[in-house]
Design a protein around this ligand. Structure first.
Ligand code: SF4
Length: 348
């Protein structure tokens, strides 16, 4: 996962605006902590300018992103008004493009025609699952067929397609989630986001959890499973640009997450497991590794992923392979996902 080319995002949250109902797992106010009223043209402009004032890297493109609701479910005049205001920043050269997230069942030819004149670079669809049983149980109100159809329409227009999937939804299983990942890959998205389901305060799922009708996946199982899905997309060459909810003081306050595999460093934990697995696979093929001191070389930005949270990976490797010591050294000659294990040669 390389964010160096990622644009400077100016997030405009529109919590639950345009949503036909509340999906079982969702509470955007809890996720975003945003309770401010729907932005007027003036408020939108002020917000964009405020974000631009924090932009340090002049060469990085800026992108206005409407998140947290169902953008194309807004009234047409509202969509036009928000996009017209955003477009003013593109005309002035301060912003490069616009993106938004929306439900698959709100995308059709007519909607795409209506926004064609704006500089939209990407549309993200909340897929969540490609299993109609899971979609029904999660109260999504659309089918997998809607996602297939809308993805095709977006790609036909030459727009970037982002797909968001969830794991651990009501009625879901590892098998169903993996099938979802396969079907998502077949839709040829430009990027993916993966969100493990957590029980958010104020969501229908919170009621189901309290009533014993829903059990979330434990954190460690969720990390291992999301790792498999990430590795699948990686093999397919599809970038995964986000794993897990974005940490925030609202999410971390101990009240908004009722249960489930939330961790502020969820993505980091997934990558740590990938690094651990790679080293384990190398060491398994070694004979007489006991009591040796090894050195692991990684990219400077991957040191903490290699070590794991609180040095967890180092402890596991030392214990499982009875190693004397493990040093982790950084070098720019390695890619962000690469590593090399140096094992001292046998003496004599
Ligand atoms: S998941 Fe999307 S469509 Fe469903 S309630 Fe949340 S923001 Fe609205």
């Amino acid at each position: 996962m390389n964010f160096s080319n990622a644009p400077f995002i100016i997030p405009i949250f529109i919590p639950h605006r345009g949503c036909p109902h509340q999906c079982a797992f969702c509470n955007q106010v809890t996720i975003t902590g945003n309770t401010s009223p729907f932005p007027s043209k003036e408020a939108l402009s002020r917000k964009i300018n405020a974000y631009l004032s924090f932009k340090k890297n002049r060469t990085k493109p800026a992108q206005i992103a409407f998140y947290g609701g169902n953008f194309l479910g807004l009234q047409n005049k509202t969509i036009q008004s928000l996009l017209t205001e955003a477009e003013r920043f593109i005309c002035s050269g301060k912003v490069e493009s616009i993106r938004f997230s929306t439900r698959p069942d709100t995308i059709d030819e007519q909607q795409l025609d209506a926004i064609q004149k704006f500089t939209i670079s990407a549309i993200e669809i909340g897929v969540q699952s490609m299993d109609d049983h899971v979609l029904l149980k999660s109260n999504r109100g659309h089918t997998a067929g809607d996602t297939t159809k809308s993805s095709g329409l977006i790609r036909e227009r030459g727009l970037k397609l982002g797909l968001q999937m969830m794991t651990g939804l009501p009625g879901d299983s590892e098998k169903r989630s993996l099938a979802t990942a396969h079907q998502i890959a077949d839709l040829l998205p430009d990027f993916i986001r993966i969100y493990p389901t957590v029980v958010l305060a104020g969501s229908p799922l919170a009621e189901w959890y309290r009533a014993g009708k829903y059990s979330p996946i434990p954190l460690d199982e969720s990390v291992t499973f999301v790792k498999k899905i990430y590795q699948f997309f990686n093999l397919k060459g599809i970038p995964v640009i986000r794993i897990g909810l974005q940490a925030s003081s609202d999410l971390d306050n101990g009240e908004n997450i009722i249960a489930g595999p939330y961790h502020p460093a969820f993505g980091h934990m997934v990558f740590s497991e990938i690094f651990l697995e790679q080293v384990e696979n190398i060491l398994k093929n070694e004979t007489n590794i006991r009591e040796k001191s090894i050195v692991i070389h990684v990219h400077p930005r991957s040191i903490s992923k290699m070590r794991g949270l609180k040095n967890r990976n180092i402890e596991i490797l030392k214990n499982d392979f009875q190693l004397n010591s493990i040093a982790v050294l950084s070098s720019e000659r390695f890619g962000i996902d690469q590593l090399e294990v140096e094992i001292p040669a046998e003496e004599g």
